[in-house]
Write a protein of this length. Sequence first.
Length: 256
Amino acid sequence: MTTHNAAGKIRVDKDKGAGLSDIDGIPLRIVTHPQAKRLRLRYDYARQQAILTLPPGVTTAQAQPFLDQYHHWLHEQHSSMPQPTPFLPGARIPLGGTPHQLHHHPDRPARLILEEPCIQVGGPITGFEKRVENGLKRLCRTRIEALVSRMAMTLNVQHGRITLRDTHSRWGSCSAKGHLSFSWRIIMAPPQVMEYLVAHEVSHLKELNHSKAFWGHVDHLIDHRQASRKWLKTHGHGLFTYGVPITKPGLLSPKF
Ligand SMILES: [Zn+2]
């Protein structure tokens, strides 16, 4: 891997074409992607690091002007994010948009019990984080399934399998076969936002596009589309700072 110190900003000291460096104190991961056609810079909010993707054959030195150009943007991203919140005893995490504190009870059954405004987690400390995540996924599934049934009935459509994922490119999707998938992290958002997401995907069972007719179905199901979309745009990435680290949904790289 090329080392480039000319601007005193980039220092690459790993092998295999991928490495962790830093750019003015912001951790920078550099990866070479065989399919990449252009330089790409994004900010991983969960890991609080920048990721620079190079097309094959492009060196970090060649990427320097590009990095310089987005230097300011990178600093803005880095300084605007809350610290990551792992699922650990005492942590406050949003559930349905409201903060809930995680409490550990080693003597209680190894599962998650919702006792508003707290989340009680039984079992040993080992596996605590995973247990919280699984418990939240279960809650998410229950709520999403109820919404899907109700909305599918309203639009008089059949739906396929419902899958929960931890995607970072999209909050939900609907396949041509009618299978629906959702990000489990939406359980942390206000209930209306989850409703919007379900209304969106269920409406795709009628229209597999974003036509006027499609939005007509969404608006038939809910009356807060604009507000919920705005919430996702403004606060959605914050949901990726909780629990197991993952990059936030992708729209979030700068437009080149
Ligand atoms: Zn859509």
